[in-house]
Design a protein around this ligand. Structure first.
Ligand code: ZN
Length: 361
């Protein structure tokens, strides 16, 4: 499994332009790939891989910007979705395609954290669906003006850059076949752009602070807040009987977006994650994996980044300069999207801010 995950990450690292944000890159993961488990069904927009009885992992299989990947838990009477995509259209597409694997109704949605690519399908659900998140998710969506901050802002501007780039490529392309392919990419991107404008940030209807357990027939679903990290309110969905854990972006199979991170707490929270008794980890982006050693590797990456950035900051470099200068290439074997020196700018800017916060008396 790990080999295929790495191969996929390498493919993405080379196939995606450098300016494409990490979260946006992650949205493309899974497209055309079906390696989470036994492919159970493939719909118009999503492919569903069977992970265990009643547990599926949905990934995008088409050009629509769909957001994070979705663990789907089919219970005795109803269905739980983990995260609901980038736009109302993506969430509707998911509900449509889910009919391929079950005719039970979706009654539960978990928002693993507040980022747009995990929560902006929330607005399509009616009162018969409970949307559950950590209490910070509700606070963030209600109070943080999420459509005027990262990571949404960069996603929006990247999409515009992509539209302009495709238009230029089409204008310069002489081959009719390639021009048609580019045109369909442009159409899809413009549709995504239109859909982003329909987003209505909608908070969870139900929150918890440290742990919530749901029981349905034989199924036990634990929602756990193991500590701050990727954001201030990440939920881990744990199925103790099936030994499956769904981690959102707290732990991906690749490097996660760090623009809201609390870096030292993230490392501690990942330690708590490793203590859970699971065999399979279903991440918010990337591909499922089994090895806890990848979590240790990610802790190592974060630790190394913190040490290097602290040194560069002491030398008087700006965050933007430090983001170019850090060298994490020693972590390339575990995270093949590292192609050379440098780290995500928004992550390093956030690290400077976080270091400032910590330096305050
Ligand atoms: Zn995220």
């Amino acid at each position: 499994m790990k080999v295929t995950a790495r191969a996929l990450a390498v493919f993405l690292a080379i196939s995606i332009p450098a300016w494409f944000s990490l979260e946006a890159q992650a949205q493309s993961l899974g497209a055309g790939f079906s390696q989470a488990g036994t492919p159970a069904a493939s719909g118009k927009f999503y492919t569903f891989d069977k992970i265990a009885d009643g547990v599926y992992y949905a990934t995008s299989n088409g050009p629509m910007a769909t957001g994070g990947n979705h663990p789907i838990i089919v219970n005795e009477r109803d269905v739980m979705l983990v995260d609901d995509g980038t736009t109302p259209a993506a969430a509707r597409a998911l509900l449509q395609d889910i009919k391929l694997i079950t005719n039970k109704p979706v009654r539960w949605v978990v928002n693993t954290h507040f980022h747009y690519d995990h929560t902006d399908g929330n607005s399509i659900f009616g009162p018969d669906v409970e949307i559950i998140g950590h209490e910070f998710v509700r606070h963030a969506i209600m109070d943080l003006d999420v459509l005027h901050r990262e990571p949404y802002k960069t996603a929006l501007s990247n999409m515009l850059i992509q539209v302009e780039s495709l238009k230029k490529q089409i204008a310069g392309e002489k081959d009719a076949g390639r021009r048609a392919t580019l045109q369909s990419q442009l159409d899809a991107t413009q549709q995504d752009w239109e859909q982003l404008k329909t987003i209505k940030p909608t908070p969870p209807t139900m929150t918890y602070s440290s742990k919530m357990t749901l029981y349905s027939g034989q199924r036990e679903i634990q929602l756990l807040f193991l500590g701050r990290g990727h954001t201030q309110g990440d939920t881990v969905v744990f199925l103790p009987k099936e030994r499956i854990v769904c981690t959102g972006d707290l732990m991906e199979s690749r490097l996660a977006y760090m623009g809201d991170a609390l870096f030292d707490e993230w490392i501690t929270t990942l330690e708590a994650l490793k203590k859970l008794d699971f065999d399979t980890l279903l991440p918010g982006h990337g591909v499922p994996f089994h090895e806890k050693s990848l979590i240790t590797a990610y802790q190592g990456y974060l630790r190394d980044l913190m040490t290097q950035v602290a040194t560069l900051r002491k030398q008087g470099l700006s965050a933007d300069q430090a983001a170019q200068k850090v060298d994490l290439t020693s972590h390339k074997a575990d995270f093949p999207q590292i192609q050379g020196p440098g780290a995500d700018l928004r992550g390093v800017r956030r690290m400077y801010e976080w270091m400032d916060e910590r330096a305050k008396p």
